[in-house]
Write a protein that binds this ligand. Structure first.
Ligand SMILES: Cc1cc2nc3c(=O)[nH]c(=O)nc-3n(C[C@H](O)[C@H](O)[C@H](O)COP(=O)(O)O)c2cc1C
Length: 159
C-alpha cells in the first residue's frame, strides 16, 4: 500500500522532446501523479530556466536523446543555462525517464544520462535510477514509465 502523505504536494515534470514521444510519456506520468493527489506542473524544457528548479524539490524529467547523443532542440538552451549557472539544488530529489534507441549505440540514452549527472552535480539527489525506454514507446512502455514514476513518488515520500 502506497503512503505518499510524507511527500510534498508539488511535482515539476520537465519535457525534452524532438518528435513528441517524450511528451506522450510525460503526459501519462502527469495524469497518474495527479490522480495520486500531487499538484503536477508539466513544463516544456523550452520554457524552463535554471532558477525555476530552485523552487521545486520534486522533479521528474522526461527527455529523449537526439542525433549522436545530443539533447532535443527544445532542451538545448535550458541545458546550456544549467551547465553555466549551476543552480544550488541541495534538498531536491529527481528522477529521469529517457527515451532512446539502442540502434544509436554508443549514444543510447546519452542525453538522459548527462541530465542525471548534471542535476546530481548541482546537488540534487537521484531518488530512483534512470528509467530507459528503447524505441518508440508502446502502451506497455508507457505503463512501465508510469509505474516507475509512482515508485519515484514513493521515494520522494520516504527519502
Ligand atoms: C534522427 C534521430 C536521431 C536519434 N539519435 C538517438 C541517439 O543518439 N541516442 C538514442 O538513444 N536515441 C536516438 N534516437 C531515438 C529517439 O530518442 C527516439 O526515437 C525517441 O522516442 C524520440 O523521442 P521524442 O519523440 O520525444 O523526440 C534518435 C532518433 C532519430 C530519428
Amino acid at each position: 500500500m502506497l503512503d505518499l502523505s510524507a511527500a510534498r504536494p508539488d511535482i515539476l515534470i520537465l519535457v525534452g522532446t524532438q518528435t513528441g514521444n517524450s511528451e506522450i510519456v510525460a503526459d501519462a506520468i502527469g495524469d497518474r501523479l495527479g490522480d495520486l493527489g500531487f499538484a503536477v506542473h508539466l513544463l516544456d524544457m523550452a520554457e524552463a530556466y535554471p532558477e525555476l528548479l530552485e523552487d521545486h524539490d520534486q522533479i521528474v524529467a522526461v527527455t529523449c536523446t537526439w542525433s549522436d547523443g545530443t539533447f532535443p532542440d527544445n532542451a538545448v538552451d535550458f541545458i546550456d543555462a544549467l551547465e553555466s549557472i549551476r543552480p544550488a539544488l541541495e534538498g531536491a530529489r529527481f528522477g529521469v525517464c529517457g527515451l532512446g534507441d539502442r540502434d544509436y549505440d554508443p549514444y543510447y540514452q546519452t542525453a538522459a544520462i548527462n541530465l542525471v549527472d548534471l542535476l546530481t552535480s548541482c546537488g540534487a539527489l537521484e531518488a530512483a535510477p534512470l528509467h530507459g525506454i528503447d524505441g518508440g514507446p508502446t502502451p506497455a512502455d508507457i505503463e512501465g514509465a508510469v509505474e516507475w514514476a509512482v515508485a519515484l513518488a514513493n521515494a520522494f515520500a520516504t527519502s
